[in-house]
Write a protein that binds this ligand. Structure first.
Ligand code: FNR
Length: 185
């Protein structure tokens, strides 16, 4: 089973964060699968009352089955992007399912930006979210990719060898963390 579910918080074709996840898959093809959040609608309690939409149900099942969740988060206005928060919000509904989907789930956050601070504030903004959901946050390492324009080629391939090495080390650490004891934080 591909034990880690990767989700990019960017919908755009040339996304650096999606490219970072693709590289993680290239490095660990048997361990990580990337989910598509394009079909996730905007959260609306009225829609939920009529039934959680199929793309959300499918993603929830994927996450419940996974041994870990890896977010590649862009930083928007010093925080996380709405599309990714919207996805996590849907995945937390109905709240009775939080236990099954998020509780004790190993979660790691990485991110890339053309800017100089490597998504540090977006990554920090995720902390209270996963604390609320009772997940196990991987804090053993951090991966913040700044200056992303120079780190990827025009096809979205990661060309920066230092970042590649750090991603590999981060993934090794997170894979180990996913396999370790599962006390919730
Ligand atoms: C940004 N960007 C940005 N970058 C950053 O480092 N800190 C920030 O606070 C912001 N704020 C911000 C707000 C909004 C609304 C947008 C659209 C963009 C730039 C951002 O990092 C850049 O667009 C990345 O390329 C987005 O990630 P993807 O799409 O490449 O994965």
């Amino acid at each position: 089973m591909k034990s880690i579910l990767g989700i990019s918080g960017s919908l755009r074709q040339g996304s650096y964060n999606s490219a970072l996840l693709r590289e993680a898959v290239r490095l660990f093809p048997d361990r990580i699968a990337v989910a598509d959040i394009n079909g996730v609608p905007l959260y609306n309690g009225d829609v939920e009352a009529d039934g959680v939409p199929d793309p959300v149900l499918q993603l929830k099942r994927q996450l419940a089955d996974a041994d870990g969740l890896l977010l590649a988060t862009p930083e928007y206005n010093n925080s996380f992007p709405g599309v990714l928060k919207n996805t996590i919000d849907w995945l937390s509904r109905p709240s009775l399912d939080i236990r099954n989907v998020f509780h004790g789930k190993p979660v790691a956050v990485i991110g890339a930006t053309p800017g100089g601070f490597g998504t540090v504030l977006a990554q920090g903004a995720w902390l209270p979210v996963f604390r609320t959901l009772g997940s196990r946050y991987f804090s053993g390492q951090r991966l913040m990719v700044s200056g992303a324009v120079g780190a990827f080629d025009d096809q979205g391939g990661l060309t920066d060898e230092t970042v590649k090495k750090r991603l590999e080390q981060f993934m090794q650490g997170f894979i180990e963390f996913c396999g370790s004891s599962s006390d919730a934080v």
